[in-house]
Ligand binder design. Structure first.
Ligand SMILES: Nc1nc2c(c(=O)[nH]1)N[C@H]1C(S)=C(S)[C@@H](COP(=O)(O)OP(=O)(O)OC[C@H]3O[C@@H](n4cnc5c(=O)[nH]c(N)nc54)[C@H](O)[C@@H]3O)O[C@H]1N2
Ligand SMILES: Nc1nc2c(c(=O)[nH]1)N[C@H]1C(S)=C(S)[C@@H](COP(=O)(O)OP(=O)(O)OC[C@H]3O[C@@H](n4cnc5c(=O)[nH]c(N)nc54)[C@H](O)[C@@H]3O)O[C@H]1N2
Ligand SMILES: [Mo]
Length: 815
């Protein structure tokens, strides 16, 4: 099957409460078939958060393909287009293979000793002259658990800086913040198997069809089977999810809280609620009831600009569902009032008592493959294993595990979030920044400012990457890393499933794993514990994993029952996994018990409007018995909104075929050809009003900058523009400066602003104008036709992969 043309593959229908059938997807390099493969090495996908289990095919020391793992609980053998083809990026000719160092303004090749010494010398000097707060770490949602835990120990316990964050700040900070508000602790309550049982599935700002393609196949198979679930979709674009929805609400961007309050008001007003559950297991219901009463359906429909009948229809589905599954992602997390909106989805479940039972799940989704681990391990600034920085007993316990003085672990205030770290770099207090596995020169908002900040002479910038990314091009030292398939480690997906990913092949040239680099860094800095022994007490991934297990003992994310051996051979396993739950745990909160007791909880919560952390005493007074917390929120108008000068709402996001800044997918022919260049989506209504045509070259401008892109007339809501954020400048032809000449990165346009509670930047909340630069001459834009960017008019060539995009499917029992 051509899996570029048919991203979700063949249907294997199944009914409510049944097992999702197995379908094993395989793609091998042309000319290779299964018996040419020397070894199949166990792993899982790292190009999204779904965690599709797969085996890597190796021949002559090279990766030659992948095959889905039939036994894995996540995918039952299926793979998506990025899973099938994305691995080819590993063998690109332009991988980084030796360290680079800046000399006389230019990056030149060097050896590991010189590169590491430069980085360590500068860190030492700054520590002596300016202290730990001059040092910062910015990591990823794409490394392995073992690497994050090591980095967290070095940062929190060794150097003692509070300036540590992950690109999870841009990604799933709001998922964590919402879970901390509602349950006082991170960790997804739900399970993917809830799809097998649900009678209503609600997707809030989540284009699952494009961003977790295999999870969407599971939904498609339910839709094709007996007793299909109803689908509620909340998204201003006509995504593949919206097209199959029972009710599609396409709200005005930035009005999610208004919409949620309206839905909750309908649900509560109609008494579609579980009073016993509310009384036994929650606090805060009366405040919610009073708040949402101020959001009558007519007014909500007006502000959100959705038909009031659709609003009521959606509320009825949510209110009468017997098994409700909700998923939330960037349409909420990166929009105005992110945490407040995401929390209202939790509230729907709490007032309906729809939690901890088959089909009744909340998935405050992650985006990146290992984002859960960034958060768990504390590489995002939180303390490891969901410890509470504001609880001295938690800090002392961690200090005991690490054998250091508790005062060495910064906990005087909340960890510094990335946008604040960038500000510290800008004003010169942060002078040494280590960036691993992320490309901020494309993925952060307001790129002109970001480039200026990262380019400063007084900043010492270290970038650890597989490729010479836009960010690496600005670095003082570039360290070449081993990527997925070239190193061993574990990672955890959205529904808490832990997978082992084994090393299949050697990395190119002198590249080293992130773990090896972190260990070398700690050694060279001479970091020690309070007895003078080396601070980091492990050398291998498996030893790091064993150390992590000890750190999680007794915490919500308890890994003590897992081991590399246990993760080998079968399916991934969901945490908590310990003596009590030796096979892992399908759902959290099954008995209405939470991790929210004041002495246990990870967080005391924050004010949703100001973001101020609650004091321990305030939390104890509010939730002394450790129940779930129903937190009401008022709707506030967005900071930036449309005006005469900037009449369109601008939202940004993804397409099915690319991953982020394309450092991998842009190097894979099947994926790059499916979505070769940036485009801008506009409704037919707006195109007609402006006399624009499909394929016209438009300039999209905001108060920050501009981007040139060809027009795709799509099913997007009138008044809204969409620009995918994948297109940076690493493949800019020689002689062009990134950002000059052909501005195409969506983040040239986006605003420096963030949610007060989660500190997640607002990538989907801006005002823009457009003008035409050149007419199309009848040539359509190159945007994919299989996805949300499907053209409204015929005449655009369909997106296909041809023979190169063809992969095998085997439907049936376990092979
Ligand atoms: N193909 C692919 N898959 C990926 C990734 C990728 O780059 N490519 N990245 C992974 C990562 S890290 C992430 S975080 C996830 C993201 O996965 P998603 O969140 O599903 O993807 P996005 O396209 O960022 O945004 C989802 C939707 O939000 C809608 N939206 C915008 N503004 C609003 C609003 O105000 N209200 C509402 N209700 N909706 C709005 C957009 O129209 C868009 O369709 O995907 C993961 N999977
Ligand atoms: N406008 C706009 N901006 C956005 C978003 C949006 O929707 N709109 N979404 C935001 C979201 S949700 C996310 S997650 C971010 C993503 O933004 P980034 O994190 O900047 O995106 P990536 O391209 O995934 O960058 C990861 C880098 O890590 C490298 N890498 C891969 N594997 C490894 C490894 O094992 N070790 C090391 N050291 N490096 C590795 C890759 O080559 C790549 O350069 O973008 C955010 N920015
Ligand atoms: Mo993300």
């Amino acid at each position: 099957m051509d899996r570029i043309a048919e991203p979700w593959g063949s249907r294997t229908p199944y009914g409510s409460g049944r097992q999702w059938p197995v379908r094993v997807d395989t793609y091998l390099e042309p000319g290779i078939d299964e018996h040419d493969v020397d070894a199949w090495v166990q792993s899982a996908s790292v190009l999204h958060s779904n965690g599709d289990g797969l085996d890597i095919a190796v021949r002559d020391g090279r990766v030659v393909g992948v095959r889905g793992r039939a036994v894995d609980r996540v995918n039952h053998g299926r793979l998506g287009p990025k899973d099938l083809f994305g691995w080819q990026a590993n063998s690109s000719v332009d991988r980084l293979t030796v360290p680079l160092i800046r000399r006389d303004g230019r990056l030149v090749e060097t050896d590991w000793d010189t590169a590491m010494a430069a980085m360590v010398d500068r860190a030492r000097q700054l520590l002596a002259e300016r202290g730990p707060s001059s040092i910062g770490f910015y990591t990823s949602g794409q490394l392995f658990l073992e690497e994050y835990y090591t980095l967290a120990l070095i940062g929190h316990g060794g150097i003692g800086t509070n300036h540590m964050d992950g690109n999870t700040r841009l990604c799933t900070a709001t998922a964590a913040a919402a879970l901390k508000q509602s349950f006082a602790c991170d960790g997804q309550p739900g399970s993917y198997t809830d799809i097998d049982h649900a009678d209503v599935i609600a997707l809030y700002g989540h284009n699952m069809a494009e961003t977790q393609t295999v999870l969407w196949s599971r939904v498609l198979d339910r839709l094709a089977g007996p007793n299909p679930p109803a689908i509620v979709c909340v998204d201003p674009r006509e995504t593949p999810v919206a097209r199959l929805a029972t009710v599609h609400l396409a709200p005005r961007p930035g009005t999610n809280v208004m919409l949620m309050n309206g839905l909750l008001n309908e649900i509560v007003h109609n008494e579609w609620i579980d009073h016993d559950y509310i009384t036994a297991h929650t606090v805060g219901f009366e405040e919610l009831r009073a708040r949402i009463a101020q959001y009558p359906a007519d007014e909500v429909a007006h502000v959100c600009d959705v038909p009031v009948d659709d609003l009521r229809a959606a509320a009825r589905l949510l209110g009468r569902a017997e098994r409700l599954l909700s998923t939330v992602l960037q349409g909420f997390y990166q929009s105005h009032q992110a945490t407040a909106a995401a929390v209202q989805v939790d509230n729907v479940h709490l007032v309906r008592g729809m939690l901890g039972k088959p089909g009744c799940g909340i998935l405050q989704m992650n985006g990146q493959p290992t984002a859960q681990n960034t958060r768990e391990c504390g590489a995002d600034g939180d303390l490891p294993a969901f410890r509470n920085w504001a609880n001295d007993a938690h800090v002392e316990e961690l200090a005991r595990i690490w054998n250091i003085d508790p005062m060495r672990i910064p906990h005087y205030t909340a960890p510094t979030h990335l946008m604040q770290m960038m500000r510290y770099v800008e004003d010169g207090s942060l002078r040494w920044l280590h960036v691993s596995g992320t490309n901020p020169a494309v993925s952060l908002p307001e790129l002109a400012r970001v480039r200026q900040i990262l380019r400063q002479d007084r900043l010492f910038l270290v970038v650890q990457d597989m490729f010479l990314s836009e960010t690496a091009q600005l670095a003082d030292v570039v360290l070449p890393v081993a990527g997925w398939g070239e190193k061993t480690g574990t990672f955890t997906n959205v529904d808490r499933t832990v997978h082992l990913s084994e090393k299949a092949v050697d990395p190119p040239g002198q590249a080293r794993s992130d773990l090896e680099i972190f260990l070398d860094f700690a050694d060279r800095l001479g970091l020690t514990d309070k007895d003078g022994a080396p601070l980091v007490k492990w050398r291998t991934p498996e030893e790091a994993f064993e150390a992590w297990k000890r750190c999680t003992e007794g915490r919500p994310c308890d890994y003590t029952g897992l081991s590399y051996d246990k993760l080998r051979g079968g399916s991934g396993i969901q945490w908590p996994c310990n003596d009590e739950y030796p096979d892992g745990t399908e759902r959290l909160y099954t008995d209405g018990r939470f991790f929210s007791a004041p002495q246990v909880c990870e967080s005391y919560g924050r004010d949703l409007v100001t973001g101020a952390p609650l004091e321990p005493t305030e939390y104890r007074a509010m939730n002394p018995l450790g129940k779930a917390i129903i937190k009401a929120a008022e709707y506030l108008p967005p900071h930036e909104t449309v005006s005469e000068e900037y009449p369109y709402h601008l939202i940004t996001g993804r397409t099915l075929y690319h991953f982020h800044t394309r450092t991998k997918t842009g190097r894979v022919p099947q994926l790059q050809d499916a979505a070769p260049e940036v485009w801008v989506e506009m409704s037919e209504h707006d195109a007609y009003a402006n006399e624009y045509r499909e394929g016209d070259l438009l300039e999209v401008g905001t108060a920050r900058g501009s981007v040139r892109a060809r027009l795709r007339v799509s099913g997007i809501r009138p008044g809204v523009l969409f620009v995918p954020f994948h297109y940076g400048y690493w493949d800019t032809p020689a002689g062009h400066e990134p950002g000059d000449g052909d501005p195409r990165a969506a983040n040239e346009l986006t605003i420096t602003d963030w949610d007060p509670a989660s500190k997640q930047p607002l990538f989907k909340a801006g005002a823009a104008r457009v003008e035409r630069v050149a007419a199309s001459e009848g040539v359509p834009s190159a945007a994919p036709t299989t996805t949300a960017s499907r053209p409204v008019r015929a005449g655009v060539t369909q997106t296909t992969g041809g023979p190169a995009g063809t992969a095998d499917e085997m439907i049936g029992e376990v092979v």
